[in-house]
Design a binder for this molecule. Structure first.
Ligand SMILES: CC(C)(COP(=O)(O)OP(=O)(O)OC[C@H]1O[C@@H](n2cnc3c(N)ncnc32)[C@H](O)[C@@H]1OP(=O)(O)O)[C@@H](O)C(=O)NCCC(=O)NCCS
Length: 157
């Protein structure tokens, strides 16, 4: 092992991580890359999250939300702007997919502006309308509901 490589840990998030995760989400939400989430909402869902910590800093995170008895969603997937294209996003997403399989989900979806990223993880593009669980639980409450331009991706497990 290269002794100069930073120590990287991928682990479940705790409430102590909520502020750092929220800072990453705010950064990307303000640029329109993903939907905003309040700090309070993030804390309520902290058990959905994993974080990737490098040299004591949270550099990536993401969440797996259970949508139904067979469908999960990868949400709030973010990688620090200075750490992109190092494979960190793939590491986080792969862990979330493993978690989905472990609890017995059969499909994992994502709504994204970066379909290429999910294609690399064996996701396929589908019509949003093929995901009624998402549309009627979450999308209806979203300010983008009638003009959503995110791309729906799904992977069977
Ligand atoms: C999307 C995001 C999570 C990717 O994280 P990352 O660590 O930079 O991505 P990885 O290094 O794991 O990328 C793996 C592969 O995915 C693809 N990919 C990643 N980012 C891409 C981009 N912006 N455009 C096109 N393809 C991309 C590439 O094939 C890449 O492999 P390569 O670098 O060898 O070409 C990160 O760019 C991010 O935080 N974006 C802002 C928030 C966001 O859009 N999140 C997704 C919400 S669903």
């Amino acid at each position: 092992m290269n002794s100069t490589a930073p120590l990287t840990t991928l682990r479940p998030a705790t409430l102590k991580d909520a502020r750092a995760i929220h800072d990453l989400l705010v950064y990307y939400a303000s640029r329109g890359n993903l939907l905003p989430r309040t700090h309070e909402n993030l804390c309520r869902h902290i058990r959905d999250f994993v974080v990737l910590e490098e040299a004591g800093k949270i550099v990536a995170s993401g969440a797996l939300e259970v949508m139904s008895n067979d469908l999960g969603e990868i949400r709030s997937l973010v990688v620090d702007a200075d750490q992109q294209r190092r494979g960190l996003g793939q590491q986080v997403a792969a862990r979330l997919i493993d978690m989905a399989a472990e609890i017995g989900l059969k499909r994992v979806m994502a709504l994204t502006y970066v379909p290429e990223f999910f294609t690399q993880l064996q996701f396929e593009q589908v019509e949003r309308e093929s995901l009624p669980e998402k549309i009627w639980q979450v999308c209806v409450k979203c300010y983008k509901f009638d003009h959503c331009d995110e791309i729906a991706m799904i992977r069977k497990l």
